[in-house]
Design a protein around this ligand. Structure first.
Ligand SMILES: NC(=O)c1ccc[n+]([C@@H]2O[C@H](COP(=O)([O-])OP(=O)(O)OC[C@H]3O[C@@H](n4cnc5c(N)ncnc54)[C@H](OP(=O)(O)O)[C@@H]3O)[C@@H](O)[C@H]2O)c1
Length: 234
């Protein structure tokens, strides 16, 4: 399915993989609505891409706002639920409230966006969730991500059956470098060196490489219930 003329809603669409997906989708002729919590970031992102992008402020932890914003945007063809925060720390030290906060954004945020989208999304469209490598490639200090990503992948399989013919998929990004300019130069260089040494690909992935996989899952009409690893081989 071509994305030309299709309408796509991307939560967390102003930065990282969401922004790269927005750029690629607009290049393919789609109209994209990006959402996030920060109006200045959304405005700058929309202006950097140009025509074809509009934005709405939306905190996905607010159920009423998710329903209101998706109703105001609809009808649309695809939903991409990229909004998430980063919560890490040793299991015994991490406050339960922090682990719950991660679930509130990355699991319940995607769950409620998908639920609110069903009334407005085209039956030949799709919903694209975000999992992440830390479920099936667990690391110490990231138990919250292991749990939330496992929950997302389970939900995707069930919804692909229950919401058919609407397609439901997930991408599971590996180490994608969205951190330049967010981390100090030394920490960023160490991250790149460590990831480069660990991965068969010999480097972290780019947001554009992850976005390319997102668009495959939106476009391929025989793919549903799938979680696609884009992880440089490990
Ligand atoms: N990068 C990686 O290595 C990697 C690896 C595995 C999985 N992933 C997954 O990939 C997805 C995209 O992440 P990314 O790497 O592109 O990171 P990112 O650039 O930090 O994107 C996350 C986006 O979510 C938004 N957001 C955070 N909390 C929100 C909330 N409560 N409501 C609405 N929007 C919210 C942020 O914008 P505001 O703060 O302005 O709202 C931001 O635009 C996430 O699910 C992440 O877990 C990434």
């Amino acid at each position: 399915m071509s994305l030309s003329g299709k309408r796509i809603v991307i939560t967390g669409g102003a930065t990282g993989i969401g922004l790269a997906t927005t750029r690629l989708a607009v290049e393919r002729g789609a109209q994209v609505v990006i959402t996030g919590r920060t109006e200045a970031t959304l405005k700058a992102a929309a202006e950097s891409v140009g025509p074809g992008v509009e934005y709405r402020v939306l905190d996905v932890t607010d159920p009423e706002a998710v329903e209101r914003v998706l109703a105001a945007v609809g009808p649309f063809d695809h939903l991409v639920t990229g909004a998430a925060e980063i919560v890490a720390g040793p299991f015994v030290e991490l406050p339960e409230a922090d682990a719950r906060s991660l679930f509130e954004t990355k699991f319940w945020g995607q769950y409620r966006a998908a639920k609110a989208a069903v009334a407005h999304i085209a039956p030949d469209g799709s919903i694209l969730f975000f999992s992440g490598y830390l479920y099936r490639k667990a690391e110490a200090g990231f138990s919250g991500f292991a749990a939330v990503n496992g929950a997302v992948e389970g939900l995707v399989k069930a919804l692909a059956i229950e919401l058919a013919p609407l397609r439901v998929n997930a991408i599971s990004p590996g180490q994608i470098d969205v951190f330049e300019g967010r981390w100090d130069a030394e920490s960023h260089a160490k991250y790149r060196a460590d990831v480069s040494a660990a991965l068969p690909a010999g480097r972290p992935g780019t947001p554009e490489e992850a976005a390319h996989a997102v668009l495959y899952l939106l476009e391929n009409t025989f793919t549903t219930g799938t979680t696609l690893d884009v992880d440089g081989g490990k």
